[in-house]
Write a protein that binds this ligand. Structure first.
Ligand SMILES: C[S@@+](CC[C@H](N)C(=O)[O-])C[C@H]1O[C@@H](n2cnc3c(N)ncnc32)[C@H](O)[C@@H]1O
Length: 334
């Protein structure tokens, strides 16, 4: 066994003194074992907070995953070490919030380049029956199994029947739900030309009270702010974008929401890893909190187990049976 293996054995045993001595002498604590786990995973499984703290302070990433896609926090919770798992989630949240601040200040809050999104918006999409919108690779942009979730989002957003804005039309499910609740006005922001053409064919331009804004939200929202537009409710659900894009979207909320206004988003961050998903719920809570929004999550049960749902789709994108529906209330500028 080499020094790296010895350090890992010390982490497995929770032997802090031996571990620190080996690292001091040059052992690499991030050397992986046959399952892709390193010292952080093993120390977490051993409930050894001292080694975990040492590694996280030394810059080992909380989100390093083993070959099964599990991070160290999952080793802690999987072995029943709730207190350590909570501490690791606190660390992960703080670390992501810090990275987010750095990313925002690097671009002074302006939108960032996202090649995945650019590629999606520049290639064809197709509607497959009434229940799927697919991109060029056959990946689902939107599927009708999400309809009960869209209904629940619309319920939460349309409480005031005021001025509502939805960003991302897709299959138009949430827009149908919003229409059914007869808001004072209904603005839809959509960037894909094929989706926009579909909206015209489906008559969305001539619906009373509906205003369609064609373009990327990154381009449309600054204009809406300039025009002084205000909303009672805003929903965000795009495609090909990441949390860092959504973070930039969030920065517009205090300029567009009336006090007491409601905000929600499709909560699809890391849906196949509950620890990562919870970290991003917490990050959203902290970041939106700093913008003056109070965030709560309502848990919904969902069932996507039937293989038929995923027929004709290249990649299944949801595995869990729970959905954490975000409800955010704007309490005024902080
Ligand atoms: C997941 S679908 C929305 C589904 C919708 N919630 C529904 O109920 O059917 C995402 C939509 O966002 C659009 N989109 C993607 N990027 C966008 C952007 N930057 N600005 C505006 N719309 C965007 C996509 O073209 C697509 O129509």
């Amino acid at each position: 066994m080499g020094a790296d293996d010895d350090a890992r054995a010390a982490a497995v045993a929770g032997d802090v003194r031996a571990f620190l001595a080996l690292v001091e002498r040059g052992a690499d604590p991030t050397t992986r074992d046959e399952n892709g786990a390193h010292c952080l995973h093993h120390a977490a499984a051993a409930n050894c907070a001292a080694i975990v703290d040492h590694l996280l302070s030394a810059g080992v990433r909380w989100n390093d995953v083993d070959d099964d896609g599990d991070c160290a926090g999952q080793y802690a919770s999987g072995h029943g070490h709730a207190e350590l798992a909570r501490a690791m989630m606190d660390h992960a949240t703080a670390s992501e919030v810090r990275d987010g601040e750095a990313s925002m200040s690097a671009t002074k809050g302006a939108s960032r380049r996202n090649e995945e999104s650019e590629k999606y918006l520049a290639t064809k999409v197709r509607y497959s029956g009434d229940d799927k919108l697919l991109d060029e690779r056959g990946d689902a942009v939107m599927m009708s199994w999400e309809a009960p979730l869209m209904e629940a989002h619309a319920d939460a957003l349309c409480e005031t029947n005021g001025d509502v804005m939805n960003v991302g039309f897709g299959l138009g499910i949430i827009d149908g739900c919003i229409q059914a609740r007869e808001p004072r006005s209904h603005t839809i922001v959509e960037a894909h030309p094929d989706v926009r053409a579909h909206m015209t064919r489906a008559g969305w331009d001539s619906k009373a009270g509906v205003r369609v804004e064609f373009g990327r939200w990154q381009d449309v929202l600054p204009r809406l702010v300039e025009e002084g537009r205000k909303f009672d409710a805003i929903y965000f659900d795009t495609y090909g974008e990441e949390y860092d894009d959504m973070r930039r979207f969030h920065a517009f909320l205090p300029k567009l929401l009336r006090e007491g206004g409601l905000y929600s988003y499709f909560n699809g961050m890391c849906p196949d890893n509950i620890f990562f998903h919870m970290v991003y719920n917490r990050v959203a809570e902290v970041e939106l909190g700093a913008l003056g929004l109070k965030v709560t999550f309502e848990m919904k049960s969902i069932d996507t187990a039937d293989a038929k749902i995923w027929e004709g789709v290249t990649r299944r994108y949801w595995w869990g049976d729970k959905y954490f529906l975000p409800k955010c209330v704007f309490r005024g500028k902080v």
